[in-house]
Design a protein around this ligand. Structure first.
Ligand code: ADE
Length: 448
């Protein structure tokens, strides 16, 4: 692969004689030529710039001088030829762009100084080569030389044979999976009181791989959240998804990318979307034999717009919503009694059945939209709800929370057991006109 680097300071490119790039040149893998732009001037002062048309500060590089230099470089190459122009106003130089450039036959880098190169240069050569105006990042350098060196190193190391250990490239292509790299360690095992994470020295390769993957997710969430939002969901396994949930991102079924999610108290502006969510999710918890009319009657009475407005207005109701991708994806409704009384006595609260020293709180609804089941959303919503109820009953030593769920709904009972609930009794529960056999479950709100 041939590089032609053109600059008024060609000595800048002496660094490309060092290290792996230097070796690759010796081995004939990279053919790098540095040129002095002033070699194409004809005046005694070897002038390459002039004042900007339209006025303003600084100087602009002349297109006629650049034209002669670039023509010469283009004649020296063949095949796929790219004219790369470093400029802070270019498109960002990414790994993907470097991978693409590594398939070119020749890359000419035109390094501007001062206020840049006359815009007609990029315009003119777009007709005969690929023109790539690129930026190293959102900061201004004094010229394009550092950017040219960065490009040569980043592209050059992708040429087969330039980097000795092909595995390094493969592991970085992890970077293709769209995550930042995990932290790395080597001996000594303890340095200035800091030790290597023991999972890396345990010999358990599976655990080490998982640990690295989680740290890559941590770093990316922390430093480059926009990369998380762009992650291809197909590259995420179940453990990735669980871990992402703990970092505030959910991957609903068949979604292309993770979504930013949060759990918070519901507010009035959530009501219309909450009502729609409640109507979608309530039937999932009903036994198959239940009639649509009974379900509709229940929804109309307890899950309508008016009902939610009343929940929000009444401080005894604790309404918590899971928002994912900007929309409600789950909610809980809990009822606090007065003092250390009983919430839902008429609904079959297990008063006298459970031991308590504080209120008996009713967890009346826990619903998560279908696409979010099995994503970690339910556990997150449940934990956040229990934390709110714990806080609301903090005056009492041993408050208890209870709920009733359909005896046939194994999925729900399993989820509640995972959240620390145990079956304490049963109840009959009316949905519309129909009787249901429910399991009543409870758990202490405060776990020592
Ligand atoms: N020239 C000056 N600043 C630059 C940057 N950030 N990237 C590429 N070329 C530049």
């Amino acid at each position: 692969m041939r590089f032609d680097l053109i600059s008024v300071f060609p000595e800048f490119f002496d660094v490309l004689k060092l290290s792996l790039v230097g070796k690759a040149r010796e081995h004939g893998l990279l053919d790098i030529h540095a040129h002095n732009l002033r070699d194409w001037t004809t005046d005694p002062h070897r002038t390459v710039d002039d004042t900007p048309a339209g006025g303003g500060a600084g100087m602009v590089m002349r297109p006629d001088i650049w034209g002669k230099a670039i023509d010469t470089a283009l004649r020296a190459g063949s095949g796929r030829q790219v004219l790369a122009i470093p400029t802070p106003s270019g498109t960002p130089l990414t790994q993907r762009a470097c991978e693409d450039l590594s398939h070119a036959d020749q890359v000419i880098v035109a390094c501007g100084r001062y206020e840049g190169i006359d815009a007609r240069v990029a315009q003119h050569y777009a007709g005969q080569a690929e023109v790539f105006e690129f930026s190293l990042g959102d900061y201004v350098l004094n010229g394009g030389e550092i950017a040219a060196v960065a490009l040569v190193e980043a592209v050059g190391r992708l040429i087969p044979g330039v980097v000795g250990n092909a595995q390094s490239l493969v592991e970085e292509s992890f970077s293709e999976a769209g995550l930042l790299e995990y932290p790395v360690y080597t001996r000594p095992e303890e340095w200035r009181g800091l030790t290597i994470p023991s999972v890396l020295t345990s010999g358990d390769h599976g655990a080490a791989r998982r640990w690295r993957r989680d740290r890559a997710l941590d770093r990316t969430v922390e430093r480059r959240p926009e990369m998380i939002a762009a992650l291809d969901a197909a590259t995420l396994d179940k453990k990735d998804r669980r871990y992402l949930a703990s970092l505030g991102y959910l991957v609903p079924k068949s979604a292309p990318h993770p979504e930013r999610a949060e759990v918070r108290p519901a507010s009035a502006s959530d009501v219309p979307a909450l009502v729609a969510l409640a109507a979608r999710t309530f039937p999932d918890a009903c036994p198959p034999a239940m009639s649509p009319a009974s379900i509709a009657a229940f929804i109309n009475e307890h899950l309508s717009e008016r009902a939610f407005a009343e929940y929000l207005a009444d401080p005894h109701w604790v309404t918590t919503v899971l928002i994912s991708g900007g929309r409600p994806a789950g909610y809980t409704l809990a009822l606090l009694p007065e003092g250390n009384g009983v919430a839902g006595a008429e609904d079959g609260a297990p008063d006298g059945v459970v031991e308590r020293d504080g209120p008996l709180v009713e967890l009346s609804k826990v619903y998560v939209d279908r696409a979010y089941r099995g994503t970690g959303a339910t556990a997150w919503l449940m934990d956040a709800t229990l934390a709110r109820l714990d806080e609301a009953t903090s005056d009492y030593p041993r408050p208890v929370v209870w709920l009733g769920t359909n005896a046939g709904n194994r999925r729900a009972q399993h989820a509640y057991r995972k959240a620390g609930f145990e079956k304490v009794t049963t109840r009959e529960f009316l949905v519309g006109e129909e009787r249901n056999s429910d399991v009543v479950m409870a758990r202490p709100l405060r776990v020592a």
